[in-house]
Design a protein around this ligand. Structure first.
Ligand code: F6R
Length: 242
């Protein structure tokens, strides 16, 4: 595990963008594994800036996102496809046909997950996987569990997640109750993994995940065993590590 400590959110975002930019420059047809959530927004802004400056070309890059809510269409502004379009894809020269997010509109979970595994395998896996970190140690929607789920699977969202999301929807019926997520094995098979953690709120879980036991109760802890894992954090998120 390699740790990169940045001063604050903006510096950490630039560091993560540096690593992704290096990947795109060294392998223009690379496969990027991408995340949503609040943490990577600054990284995406930094990548967009470099693209606009003429320093990066995404025309041959493919992307495979971690997760998507089951039941949400790409046009729904709460969907992760919408998020990716808004925060990255609409602003760079990536071919949208090469960007992949689980199909939230596929009601048959087995089919949705099988199709996504096929997409990942057809690409020969992921060159660089960018991750955020949940407060309970989740990565993607891989929540604390008794075992590490291997491949793409459908997860039941916890009631607290459903309640938290309800503010974004007109009625409780519209709030997604399930999501499709890439599995831990797929994440571990990425050639390089970069996890970005920022803010004081992440300090406890960063310490637990990367300096505690490797256990499916803290899904991110398995990254300790990855041969090319980089933790990029700001001073606040890394404040409790030895
Ligand atoms: C997003 C994802 C999640 C987030 C995590 C952290 O695609 O898979 O695991 O990375 O919930 O979210 P933020 O960055 O909002 O703290």
């Amino acid at each position: 595990m390699k740790i990169i400590k940045a001063k604050d959110y903006n510096a950490a975002s630039r560091m993560a963008a540096n690593i992704i930019a290096a990947q795109v420059i060294l392998k223009p047809d690379c496969v990027l594994g991408l995340a949503t959530g609040s943490t990577p927004i600054g990284t995406y802004e930094s990548l967009i800036e470099r693209y606009k400056n003429g320093d990066l070309d995404f025309s041959q890059v493919s992307s495979i996102n971690l997760d998507e809510y089951k039941g949400l269409s790409p046009e729904n502004d709460q969907s992760y496809r919408y998020f990716m379009n808004e925060h990255l894809f609409n602003h760079i020269n990536i071919d949208k046909n090469r960007t992949h997010v689980p199909n939230g509109l596929e009601p048959d979970s087995e089919k949705a997950c099988g199709d996504y595994n096929k997409i990942i395998n057809d690409h020969g896996g992921i060159d660089l996987q960018l991750l955020g970190l949940g407060l309970n140690g989740h990565i993607g929607f891989n929540e604390p569990a008794d075992v590490f789920e291997k491949e793409t699977h459908c997860v039941d969202l916890t009631q607290s997640t459903i309640d938290a999301n309800s503010r974004f929807f007109a009625s409780m019926d519209e709030v997604p109750k399930q999501a499709y997520t890439m599995g831990i094995k797929t994440i571990m098979q990425a050639k390089k993994v970069v996890l970005l953690a920022t803010g004081a709120g992440k300090a406890e879980i960063v310490k637990k995940a990367f300096f505690g036991d490797v256990t499916p109760q803290v899904p991110a802890s398995i990254l300790q065993l990855h041969s090319d894992f980089v933790l990029v954090g700001d001073e606040e998120a890394l404040s409790l590590i030895p």
